[in-house]
Design a protein around this ligand. Sequence first.
Ligand code: FES
Length: 64
Amino acid sequence: MYVCVCNAVIEREIRQAVALGVTTLKELREGLGVAGDCGRCARDILREELATACCGELSVARGA
Ligand code: FES
């Protein structure tokens, strides 16, 4: 499923990036070109994946 309409990035790519150690929106933007416009697309998935990876604690740097 496409998550980032602006940059044609699918949800699985974002989840895989988090599984490989991505922890901020800035890293997602640099690695996948995602969230380069509105940024709404990746924020929720990043939060969800990090919450799962870090036992429920969010470690997303807001606006990073
Ligand atoms: S939908 Fe991804 S940057 Fe806008």
